[in-house]
Design a binder for this molecule. Structure first.
Ligand SMILES: [Zn+2]
Ligand SMILES: [Zn+2]
Length: 146
């Protein structure tokens, strides 16, 4: 739909469980992380989520999405997009991170390729979740790069 994109390569593609909603992202992720925050736990119905932070240039989403907006840890809004039909969480955007979208790892076609780099919001990590991967852990948000 976007005629001004001359790069048709797709780095990542995904869809919801019923297939009504699909996403494509041309850019590689800049960060991939386990999020143990309480919102991810409730919204996903599981003890954590895994998300890929990608530049939103050329990002496309198709199909009817339900949008659930909550206040994130920073106080700015987090918009969670799930399939309006089957309820699968597919991606989110954060007002605190303009220019990026966060893909849900489980929605990806090639989820086997996902390479998490860190754990965030481990202050809320469930004590019965035992992950011995040696990755960096942050009690809240990771420190800003620079
Ligand atoms: Zn669906
Ligand atoms: Zn989270």
């Amino acid at each position: 739909m976007q005629g001004d994109m001359n790069n048709s390569d797709t780095a990542l593609a995904g869809n919801c469980h019923c297939g009504a909603m699909s996403v494509t992202v041309p850019e590689e992720p800049v960060a991939t992380f386990f999020c143990h925050c309480q919102t991810c736990q409730k919204v996903s119905g599981s003890p954590f989520s895994v998300e890929l932070m990608c530049p939103d240039a050329g990002f496309e989403a198709k199909g009817d999405a339900a949008v659930y907006t909550v206040s994130g840890d920073s106080g700015s809004a987090v918009h969670r997009y799930s399939c309006a039909k089957c309820g699968s969480g597919v991606y989110l955007t954060c007002d605190s991170d303009p220019g990026y979208i966060f893909l849900k790892a489980g929605a990806l076609d090639e989820s086997v390729e996902v390479k998490p780099e860190m754990h965030i919001f481990t202050a809320h990590m469930q004590p019965w979740v035992k992950i011995d991967d040696g990755l960096p852990r942050f009690e809240g948000m990771p420190p800003a790069e620079g």
